[in-house]
Design a protein around this ligand. Sequence first.
Ligand SMILES: NC(=O)c1ccc[n+]([C@@H]2O[C@H](COP(=O)([O-])OP(=O)(O)OC[C@H]3O[C@@H](n4cnc5c(N)ncnc54)[C@H](OP(=O)(O)O)[C@@H]3O)[C@@H](O)[C@H]2O)c1
Length: 268
Amino acid sequence: MRRKSKVIQYGKTAMVAGASEGIGAAFAFALAKEGMDLILIARRQEKLSEVAEKIENQFGVKTICIQCDLADANALEIIENSITETEVDFMVYNAAVSPIGPFTNLTQENLDLTTGVNIQTPLRLIHHFGGKMVARGKGAVVVVSSLAGFQGSGFISLYGATKAFGRILAEGLWYEWRDRGVDVIACCAGATATPNYINSNPAKSSLFAPRVQSPEEVANECLRKLGKVPSFISGRGNRIASFLMHRILPRRFAVMIMGENTRKIYQM
Ligand SMILES: NC(=O)c1ccc[n+]([C@@H]2O[C@H](COP(=O)([O-])OP(=O)(O)OC[C@H]3O[C@@H](n4cnc5c(N)ncnc54)[C@H](OP(=O)(O)O)[C@@H]3O)[C@@H](O)[C@H]2O)c1
């Protein structure tokens, strides 16, 4: 007998923002496997359609693809207009911009793009769709965050700060909404072999660096943890590294290690 799906209790339709590859696509496959229909969002229509076709063929669920730049201040309206009567029961906000390099090299455009995709749009989508879930008394929200958001992270300072924002927001909402039928979780990933990560051409920071995870490992662990904790760090190696950095070492060292690692990884 097929086991009862855990995520289908939230409703029929999941929306994944940033779904054309990597962790977002892995969430889409994992949710479809549990029987959910999908709303898939990204900028590249062709990539989205490929993911949607594979999912429909493999799991027989329905998909809607929305081509949308999540940096657009009207992203919420674009998405709302594309789904009209479909309710969003489960939402994953995965897309992110991560400019790498000295803070002074960032342009105004970099600043606007990063805060748009990583803060303003998730904030508006969570407020809108999460608010509707609360009104209906069921639903789930996943915010994909990062280990870079646990301390100041030199050379990715802005990215780290936006990831801290996502985690702190999700944790607060976990508490506010837990008795209203809506589960919220911040999924704090470490290095993950997404096309974005691989294309950034990272070098190994040290012999003791935690193992790079697959996008599927991150998504599946998150779905197992949803409803149990407000946030979690994906992967045992990342959890051990985080324990040493944040519980054992003085904060100053944690910030220095993070900055040094980023400098080495991106050879600055
Ligand atoms: N990879 C890692 O090592 C790592 C580590 C820690 C945390 N994370 C977190 O995991 C999440 C995803 O990571 P990732 O970027 O490495 O890989 P990813 O899962 O491949 O995410 C990129 C996805 O977001 C979409 N996207 C990016 N910018 C967008 C925009 N402006 N509008 C619409 N869609 C957009 C991309 O599609 P299009 O290009 O088609 O738009 C793609 O589908 C991020 O939140 C990141 O902070 C990743």
